[in-house]
Design a protein around this ligand. Structure first.
Ligand code: NAD
Ligand code: HSE
Ligand code: NA
Length: 430
């Protein structure tokens, strides 16, 4: 039997426990595919005595995870602690510094320090693998970095946060409240330690920064991603979207053209006929567009113990086989910073929902503001009458510029007859 690949696992929460369970259950096929067994030798977590339903017998325990980096018996450190800095980054930096391969699921760390960590990996001729960091079990990193490597990619789109997709799906299908569904997503192990990262779009933006770096050969630039989450999405908008033939999804979108690149994460109305509209529950999707391949659509489970462990183990098998690809697909010195186009220059169609007083002239005032900003209407729906005289009015527009739309919304929100801050959701039909 060949020499086993010996690993240390730091973090035994949802993902860490999933990795140990997968390695045990599928040990036979993994050894065959890896050409040698993959053996867990050491572990680290915050609480040694916690019952995780796993036997840790025979494994070395580290109270201080960073000490794994100097353990001669460990070939690969698997970092599943989380957090963009602190113990996770200390461990990864120390392990790479020792020339050890690292596998991580930590998108926050990669989005904020990915270029620095890649440099560290290169300097020490070490592998840094992170398939689990983006879109859970979907092999999105492998697809962009290896499978589509011959293409010039113009666009990568995705549903990149399982928690948000789960929440939006349950709100639509079961007419449930946001808060209830969030608690359920947390109980299922989908949410981040701080779930505001999920619902405010930050987690999806971390993943978008990673995908944009891989797709466009640029250094990871989290600060360049425009981020909005799903907090303001109401059951009314979800219902109205359905009537208009759309589903509301939190999308990540990165595009490049001659002028530069854009990367953004925000709720979108997507036509129900689009493949991404029917990606529901905890599923994620990644859609890449290349000059020779055309459009490639990948779909699968984006969070949870099983799918994430599947991605971690795929990276371990690559390492066991000696397959090595530069962290960002090219050497760090080949990454080229690109001009980032501001969101103000975005062009698209918009859905607007206004609560207005039901009296003559209101619609004329609203459409007058849109006319002044050169924004033309696609459709308008006014819904019933309420006892208090307020009615929802829904407008969809043709393509216009984001800065014009924002100015128009400020003016519309200031009209006497408009009772609440207008709701605005971008329509993505591509
Ligand atoms: N849960 C998912 O679906 C999912 C999917 C993809 C990626 N991720 C990422 O995987 C990582 C882990 O996520 P999780 O959901 O398993 O989190 P978790 O909170 O369930 O587990 C974290 C583990 O790290 C341990 N830990 C905390 N501080 C430590 C320290 N200083 N030293 C050693 N261990 C320490 C905790 O004891 C716990 O066992 C995060 O980076 C997360 O973003 C999670
Ligand atoms: N919290 C993340 C985990 C997977 O990265 C999600 O919900 O998608
Ligand atoms: Na993945």
């Amino acid at each position: 039997m060949s020499t086993p690949l010996k690993i240390g696992v730091a973090g035994l929460g949802t993902v860490g426990a999933g990795v140990l369970a997968l390695l045990e259950r599928n040990a036979g096929i993994i050894a065959t595919r890896a050409g040698r067994p993959i053996t867990v030798c050491a572990v680290s977590a915050r609480d040694r005595s916690r019952d995780r339903g796993l036997s840790l017998e025979g494994l070395r325990w580290y109270d201080d995870a960073s000490q794994m980096a100097t353990d001669d018996q460990i070939d690969v450190v698997v970092e599943l602690i989380g957090g963009s800095a602190g113990p996770a980054k200390e461990l990864v930096t120390a392990a790479l510094g020792q020339g050890k391969a690292v596998v991580t699921a930590n998108k926050a760390m990669l989005a904020l320090h990915g270029t620095e960590l890649a440099r560290c990996a290169e300097r020490n001729a070490a592998t840094l693998a992170y398939e689990a960091a983006v879109a859970g079990g979907i092999p999105a990193i492998k697809a962009l970095r290896e499978g589509l490597a011959g293409n010039q990619l113009s666009r990568v789109t995705g549903i990149l946060n399982g928690t948000c997709n789960y929440i939006l799906t349950c709100m639509r299908e079961q007419k449930r409240e946001f808060a209830d569904v969030l608690a359920e997503a947390q109980a299922l192990g989908y949410a981040e330690a701080d779930p505001t990262f999920d619902i405010d779009g930050v987690d999806a933006a971390h993943k978008m920064a990673i995908l944009a770096a891989l797709a466009f050969g640029q250094p990871v630039a989290f600060d360049a991603v425009h981020v909005e989450g799903i907090r303001d999405i109401t059951a009314t908008d979800i219902l109205l979207a359905e009537e208009l033939g759309y589903r509301i999804k939190l999308l990540g979108i990165a595009e490049q053209d001659d002028a530069g690149v854009t990367a953004r994460v925000h709720p979108c109305m997507v036509p129900v006929s689009h493949p991404i509209a029917v990606v529901e529950g905890v599923d994620n999707a990644v859609v890449a567009e290349g000059d020779f391949v055309g459009r490639v659509v990948l779909e699968g489970r984006g969070a949870g113990a099983g799918p994430t462990a599947s991605a971690v183990v795929a990276d371990l098998i690559d390492i066991a086989r000696g397959r090595h690809t530069p962290v960002w697909g090219t050497a760090v010195s080949e990454l080229t910073p690109r001009q980032v186009l501001p969101m103000d220059r975005h062009r698209g169609a918009y859905y607007l929902r206004l609560m207005v007083l039901d009296r003559p002239g209101v619609i004329a005032d609203v459409t007058g503001v849109l006319r002044d900003h050169d924004i033309s209407l696609e459709s308008m729906i006014q819904r019933g009458r309420s006892a208090v005289g307020a009615v929802p009015v829904v407008l969809t527009t043709h393509e216009c510029r984001e800065d014009a739309m924002r100015d128009a919304l400020t003016r519309i929100g200031g009209l006497d007859a408009v009772l609440e801050r207008p709701a605005m959701i971008r329509i993505e039909s591509r």
